[in-house]
Design a protein around this ligand. Structure first.
Ligand code: FES
Length: 150
């Protein structure tokens, strides 16, 4: 057990949790940030994908102790009104079906576009390869990524 000081969405937070607690629990249960979703818990589905220091990462396999010192952004931190360019592209392309995986898809895309502002189909496929969508929205996701890149 310990106190962990986390920087999330531009604010500092302290959580009292065992060091090995998955960051995803702290985000969802302690900070009330339920945008990052629990899918697999082992880093395989991408539903929890968030951003730390500009790169996509998986809070389900990152401990709260390891998250200390990182500048963490969840989907709630992208914009105050849900109108980040990637979120707008998702709405305009009507990407979501059930929607459960979409926060992770969006956060992976935000990190992708920061690195590749004009991504190729291969860049998109590579970046989003491990973000699973049970509804099969992959074609709409690819169009939305390109729209957000414009
Ligand atoms: Fe984190 Fe599946 S819940 S990758």
């Amino acid at each position: 057990m310990g106190t962990h000081r986390l920087r999330v969405n531009g604010s500092w937070h302290e959580v009292d949790l065992p060091d090995d607690t998955p960051l995803l629990w702290a985000l969802r249960e302690d900070l009330g940030l339920t945008g990052p979703k629990y899918g697999c818990g082992v880093g395989a589905c991408g539903a929890c994908t968030s951003i730390v220091d500009g790169s996509a990462f998986r809070p389900c396999t990152t401990s709260v102790a390891d998250a200390v010192g990182g500048d963490i952004t969840t989907i709630e931190g992208l914009s105050r009104r849900g109108d980040h360019p990637v979120q707008r592209a998702w709405v305009e392309q009507d990407v979501a079906q059930c929607g459960y995986c979409q926060p992770g898809q969006i956060m992976t895309t935000v990190a992708l576009l920061a690195e590749h502002p004009d991504p190729s189909d291969e860049d998109i496929d590579e970046a989003l390869r491990d973000n699973v969508c049970r509804c099969g929205t992959y074609a709409r996701i690819r169009v939305a990524v390109k729209r957000a890149a414009c």
